[in-house]
Design a protein around this ligand. Sequence first.
Ligand SMILES: [Zn+2]
Length: 273
Amino acid sequence: MGEKSRRLNRFLSEHPFCCLCGGVRPAVEQDHIPPRACFPKGLMPEGFEFPSCVQCNRGSRDADQVFGFYARLFEFDERNMEPGALSSLSRNLHRFQPDYMPKQLRSIREKRNALAALQRKLPFGQSVADVPIVAVPVEFDQVAITMGRKLACALGYRHLGRPLTSTHRIATGWFQEQTPDTSAFTDEIVQLTSRVVMTSRSNIKDYGERFRYRYDCNPEDQTLVYLAQWGRGLIVWGMTAPLDYWIVWDEEDPEGATWEDDTHPIFGPASDL
Ligand SMILES: [Zn+2]
């Protein structure tokens, strides 16, 4: 048996159950969360392999690829960028998952509206027609939700000491650091998350801020909240707690606020990736 499979066997004997589907199926593989596609080759942060069953690992593989592309597209830290990487990633995306390609804005009106919504001014001397602007397709929302849920499961497993159960529910969302009007929300979630984890690789001296997260958790209640960021760009947040922990205000029927709607994409069960 090679060193690689010995290491995997050791990992699986320490982590016998999949952490993504409620800890019910045996783990047979390692899933990288965040996905490898978010980082240049060899720059995946160390220690982010999680026990996974075949269904969970392979079932989210497409989402991993799409998410990785956008995590790198949204990067504003030039030190983390790899020349040529985006064009080869976008060629792959175009070939295998064309629905998820960013949409290029062409008309001046569309571009003007986008710049106004982003509260961005044109660099001096540049005309609206010359500014390349792409829009993220709505399909990306579902991909980001999948990733937010995977992160909740993975960080829950790490910090709560066991897989989230089928009674856990997850709320999650994403935004960009550069998006206007997100600072109040960020401040609020930062206050809830006092612990900070910076990631690295022992063989890389200047790893930079490629991926980091803040969190807080309560193993007694089995609750966790986190805020994760890739470089100077994409931010994903999530919170998870067992079903009986949530109180949800139903505006239409305040008396009847319940958790019966398990199919809601944001608040779906942890086991439903
Ligand atoms: Zn699983």
